[in-house]
Design a protein around this ligand. Structure first.
Ligand code: DGJ
Length: 540
């Protein structure tokens, strides 16, 4: 009897120790999650806002022999997160037989490099096609069919109306998420992208007999809610088929609904086992000209169908733009369109050229949770380390500046304290209103009285409002000056102090105080390498 009592006590103590350890680990490393306040968002990692300073590997680089060059690029960039694909064809080579060797390798190497991961589930859709489906699915076109074009022509894009493919994808994705839950208690993986740029090129929708049956049926009640119809700029009606309700947009909306439902189902299956933030990326359409859907990948989360995706795929936390539009007006419009109260802004792909780096600042000003140039690694072309470093100089300088103050930037961005401008193609000066001050930013390499405009529009500036008269100025290839406005209108003004420095462990570390030539004549000025200036203004 006594013995039994001690045994029960011992088991109880052991159980308590184990559960204290587990809860300590959970406390230290809670599951990353997205939060929202007043329509702004933050990604919480270890309980605090985190800014993804990311880089995405090329599509075929997540193999052990290719990873060294990926890490060379990540190190050169000073990135804190690697976005990297995981391939359905590699993970489930035979039905129900799973191979996690590549996932294990990514987790191990990510931790060794002290870098987080965002995993990209290349599965039913990769750029609108099914090329990452396992061979056993590719070889069974009857069971896992493609869509059919308007004139019956074959289209290289999987059908979203195939229950068998959807179930297979959802099952595999759930197994992946459950593996991650077990293998990654420290949350090296921050988020998972479900599919990659889904939708269809070369056909606005599926015209197969099966799809046609649904298309001629009634629009689902969820889409007929007045707020959804209003968001889509459609008349409010109580019922109707797709053509009756959506007119000229019926084909695209039907495709968007079908793809989003399928992916929403896959995402929900994964989220049910492990609730990491999930997102879907979009191959964009021109954000300014409202083109017809035959000009872009139809059915993916392009800006015009975001309301459909939100209703169809609630397990997806955010819809994310892949920005390959270098023109400032277009890129800025995209950033604006994907920053919504119901959609945290995240740029999982952007061109890796220097002309795209300037958009890092408006992403922060829009409360974005991360930024990630695509195709950072040498992709097997034998590039030397110095060549990788030279190729990535521009983003590397940005991340070197932002890295040590990443937590502060994420917090300021979440609190709406950041404003920014970028140099447009016309190189014209830009202004930023800051209460009783207006910042005037000119783009060029010398002082205001003698401005030599930049050859390319690469300049950028951001202001963090720390107090009424106190700002953090960050920028490159530009000059700042100020004008007293509002309560300060008509007064004389000057800099009380301009301190150049950097953030380290949450503290501003002074390098020097700028004065004289460095602030007079339309200064301070910023060169190609971004600088951080803590600045206080006074009016007198
Ligand atoms: C966008 C896709 O999402 C990427 O996987 C890659 O294919 C790039 N396009 C290529 O530019």
């Amino acid at each position: 009897m006594h013995l039994h009592k001690y045994f029960v006590l011992a088991v109880f103590i052991l159980f308590s120790i184990v559960s204290i350890e587990v809860s300590a680990q959970l406390k230290e490393h809670p599951v990353p999650r997205l939060i929202e306040k007043d329509g702004r968002h933050a990604l919480l990692v270890d309980g605090e806002p985190f800014l993804i300073l990311g880089g995405q590997a090329h599509n075929s680089s997540a193999w052990p022999g290719m990873m060294p060059q990926v890490w060379t690029a990540i190190e050169a960039m000073h990135a804190n997160t690697l976005e990297v694909p995981i391939y359905w064809e590699q993970i489930e080579p035979q039905p129900g037989k799973f191979d996690f060797s590549v996932v294990d390798m990514l987790l191990k190497q990510g931790r060794e490099h002290k870098v987080h991961l965002v995993l990209l589930w290349f599965a039913t859709w990769k750029n609108g096609s099914n090329h990452y489906m396992p061979e056993w699915m590719k070889l069974d076109a009857m069971k896992y069919p493609n869509i059919t074009g308007k004139n019956g022509q074959p289209v290289d894009s999987p059908s979203p109306h195939t229950q068998a493919a959807m179930e297979a994808d959802a099952k595999a994705f759930a197994v992946v998420m459950s593996y991650l839950k077990k293998a990654d208690p420290q949350h090296t993986v921050l988020m998972v992208q479900v599919e990659n740029e889904p939708g269809a090129w070369n056909s606005v929708r599926d015209y197969s007999a099966e799809a046609q049956k649904h298309f001629e049926g009634q629009v689902p009640a969820e889409l007929l809610k007045p707020e959804v119809l209003k968001a889509l700029n459609k008349l409010i009606v109580a019922k109707g088929n797709w053509t009756e309700v959506f007119g000229k947009d019926a084909d695209e909306y039907f495709q968007a609904w079908s793809v989003a439902k399928y992916i929403g189902y896959v995402a929900a299956a994964g989220k049910a086992v492990y609730s990491l933030p999930l997102y879907v990326n979009a191959a964009l359409r021109d954000p300014l000209s409202n083109p017809s859907a035959s000009n872009y990948e139809s059915g993916g989360p392009t800006d015009n169908v975001i309301p459909i995706w939100k209703v169809a795929a609630p397990a997806i936390d955010l819809l994310a733009p892949d920005i390959y539009l270098p023109e400032s007006e277009k890129a800025l419009k995209v950033i604006e369109l994907y920053d919504r109260a119901d959609n945290p802004l995240f740029v999982p792909e952007i061109g890796s050229g220097e002309e795209y780096v300037r958009y890092f600042y408006p992403v922060l000003a829009h409360g974005g949770i991360g930024f990630s140039p695509f195709g950072i690694d040498a992709n097997g072309n034998g590039e030397k380390k110095e060549e990788t470093e030279a190729r990535l100089t521009s983003i590397s300088q940005e991340y070197a500046m932002a890295g040590p103050m990443m937590r502060e930037l994420a917090k300021w961005s979440f609190e709406g304290k950041i404003k920014s401008v970028v140099e447009h193609e016309d190189h014209m000066e830009q202004t930023i209103d800051l209460g009783s001050w207006q910042a005037i930013v000119t783009f060029g390499s010398s002082r205001r009285s003698n401005v030599k405009t930049n050859e390319k529009p690469l300049g950028k500036a951001m202001v963090v409002q720390l107090g009424e008269n106190e700002f953090l100025l960050i920028g490159s290839l530009c000059h700042f000056t100020f004008k007293p406005i509002g309560a300060n209108s008509g007064k004389a003004w000057q800099y009380l102090k301009v301190e150049e420095g950097k953030y380290e462990n949450g503290k501003f570390k002074l390098l020097r105080i700028l004065n004289g030539d460095e602030t007079d004549w339309g200064g301070p000025g910023f060169g190609a390498k971004p600088a951080v200036l803590r600045t206080t203004l006074i009016s007198r």
